[in-house]
Design a protein around this ligand. Sequence first.
Ligand code: CP
Length: 309
Amino acid sequence: HRHLLGIEPLSPTDITALLDRADSYAELNRQPDKHGDALRGLTQINMFFENSTRTQASFEIAGKRLGADVMNMAMQASSIKKGETLIDTAMTLNAMHPDLLVVRHPQSGAVDLLAQKVNCAVLNAGDGRHEHPTQALLDALTIRRAKGRLHRLSIAICGDIAHSRVARSNIMLLGKMENRLRLIGPPTLMPAQIDQFGVEVFDDMEEGLKDVDVVMMLRLQKERMDGGFIPSEREYYHRFGLDAEKLSHAKDDAIVMHPGPMNRGVEIDGTLADDINRSVIQDQVEMGVAVRMAAMDLLARNLRESRAA
Ligand code: CP
């Protein structure tokens, strides 16, 4: 693959190869000297047109650990503010010969469009409601390390599915790896064509969480609800917020996940989120660096091969 734009084009073999490499980077990241040289001599530009804490920080750390020259474009201070288009901005940066472009954009499809215009590898760091592939990969690595496998698990994805690129990428990845998926949330926050996903759908947490191995919570994405129905936070927490009582319906060793940023007391109880016996939320953040190192390493290999050919 030349780019990492989504989970959709990846095969189970691609996913396993990336996770295996990420596993070895996870070990490197725990050593006193965390440096590798897979990206030495390469230039990485991070372009975030939407806010980010985890994704931007981990892509920057990942690039630096592997020896790339990393530049974070401050999009708020860029000429986008003077009316320059996304494509003109990308072409301008492309003329400076970057090797890796990491892009987050509020519009679904914007990163794919940009990838068609530039001659470097593009990594999608989240586009609208479409895909967030490195998030799904880091979630997969976290599950594989916690459960010892990434197949035939029963996994519940809960909350605002309709507005979530994290849910879309995870449904695709976990489905490709032959897991049983359950989506739980209010019908107003389910995607319109839910039947095409091949999943079970519930609007009751107790019923949906019964005997699952993994509970993945999502944030209520109010910024994407543009004028539509926004549930009251109190009512939402009562019905769909994960607490110890609702979790008791899952398997005794079920793990709790959240991609962040989380709203404590809205979709998840703060004490449960901090309970290291159940919650793997900080492991997800740790695996985020390893997965982004692996993704950029593999794309850089392909880039070097195609340039040498
Ligand atoms: N999970 C995630 O994408 O977090 P950020 O928006 O902070 O990058």
